[in-house]
Design a protein around this ligand. Structure first.
Ligand code: ASP
Ligand code: MG
Length: 418
């Protein structure tokens, strides 16, 4: 059993869906579960629908949704002949789900509506892809992942109920050759059949959940890049492909801002020792990147940037940092506010924390911490992380930049930059 994940860019147009089908066709004798994201920027467009609905702009939300509907209908019409009617019927069911909701006045939290609306993106894309593959005689079964992937009701960042999900996945997916399943990434459902989402870019995570539960031999994430690069080619001209990486390395990269793979993806794979391949859907013959447990020697420097960082300076009012209590209090505050520092520096009478700038939470932290410390916050910073750095590279990347905080260990250098 292999798990494939195709992201939004790989199903973004009629041609892309055709090439995706060419790739699947090469593996059609295998046993595959294929996780697909919403087409292109559909999720962003659906977010706008949810916003205008929640702001009581009914007509605007219906208008925006109509545009999305038409795009999907048009794609289906270009792709399909014999399966067109069946596909349009199924699409219509999803449209109706959303339109019903849009005609009510919002009475619940925004995040609930967000999930009910935004989840339709993956339902629509997988519906079209599945019909198209079937029309091309690549027999497959479409699964509504909301019947399998059970979550809590923490809308927009739902947590998986692993036990129920495992039971349902194992009941629905047969492990035998020539059996191919198509299902949605990113979405799930509560025990009350409300749709949920797992956080933006969460389809990678869905694929890892399936891989873990099904003990897959591998997960392949098909992307529009050659594989994992050591830096973003848009910002660093000498970016190069890394052909082999360890899970640890990737989790560090993802944590510090590399847009490679959703950070939650690694644990389910690492726990079962399942290899993760990152391959290019534009040219399936390229080797891509293989990510697995074993450490890889001699990696090039890996450069990642994380934006929207803030630094919070805490000065102890009475020199009490010398004791243990203030630090314990600070960590308690952080955990209550679900804040995780990206960098910490402690001194005799002060602490500096670099954190993601999450709306309202930093202010809440500052407010609570103010009882013990003098607090100041600075925002709009970028955290540069270089693993396996050289001094020259670090100097090159920080030349003419104002560094607010810097830390170096044997392998890694980090600088918070203004
Ligand atoms: N469609 C969702 C998003 O754009 C999930 C994903 O692509 O992984 O965030
Ligand atoms: Mg995506």
């Amino acid at each position: 059993m292999k798990i494939f994940k195709f992201g939004g860019a790989s199903v973004n147009s009629v041609d892309r869906i055709k090439s995706m089908a060419d790739i699947v066709d090469q593996y059609a004798a295998d046993n595959l579960v294929i996780i697909v994201s919403a087409m292109g920027k559909t999720t962003n467009a659906l977010e706008k629908v949810a916003e205008s609905f929640y702001n009581n702009k009914l007509e605007e939300s219906i208008g925006l949704f109509n545009t999305i509907k038409q795009q999907h209908i048009t794609t289906a019409k270009y792709l399909l002949v014999t399966k067109l009617t069946a596909c349009l019927e199924q699409l219509n069911q999803f449209f109706t789900e959303v339109e019903w909701l849009l005609h009510d006045k919002p009475v619940r939290q925004y995040d609930y509506y967000y999930d009910q609306i935004v989840s339709v993106g993956e339902l629509m894309s997988t519906c079209i892809v599945s019909h198209y593959l079937n029309e091309r005689k690549i027999a497959n079964e479409w699964l509504d992942v909301r019947d399998l992937l059970r979550t809590d009701n923490n809308f927009r960042d739902a947590g998986i109920d692993w036990q129920i999900t495992a039971e349902k996945v194992l009941q629905s997916v047969q492990k035998k050759n020539h059996s191919i399943y198509i299902t949605q990434g990113f979405i799930g459902s509560t025990d009350e059949n409300e749709s949920t989402t797992l956080g933006r870019e969460g389809s990678d995570y869905t694929a890892a959940i399936f891989a873990n539960i099904l003990d897959a031999e591998s997960l392949t994430i098909w992307k529009d890049v050659e594989g994992v690069m050591n830096a973003d080619p848009k910002t660093y001209k000498d970016a190069q492909l890394i052909s082999e990486l360890s899970f640890n390395e990737v989790i560090e990269m993802a944590y510090y801002g590399a847009q490679v793979i959703h950070p939650k993806t690694i644990k389910p794979l690492q726990n079962k020792g399942i290899a993760l391949n990152v391959k290019c859907f534009l040219d399936a013959t390229l080797p891509g990147t293989v990510i697995q447990a074993k450490a890889v020697k001699e990696l090039p420097p890996i450069i990642v940037y994380k934006e929207h960082q803030a630094i919070i300076h805490l000065f102890s009012k009475d020199f009490s940092f010398v004791g243990e209590e203030p630090m314990a209090t600070l960590y308690k505050l952080l955990s209550n506010l679900k804040l995780k520092p990206n960098l910490i520096q402690t001194g005799a009478i002060n602490v500096q924390l670099c954190l993601d700038d999450k709306p309202d939470r930093l202010e809440a932290l500052a407010f609570s911490a103010n009882e013990l410390f003098d607090v100041s916050i600075e925002k709009g910073l970028t955290l540069l992380t270089i693993r396996h750095y050289t001094k020259e590279l670090f100097e090159e990347l920080t030349k003419d930049k104002q560094i607010v905080l810097q830390q170096m260990t044997g392998e890694t250098v980090q600088a918070l930059i203004k």
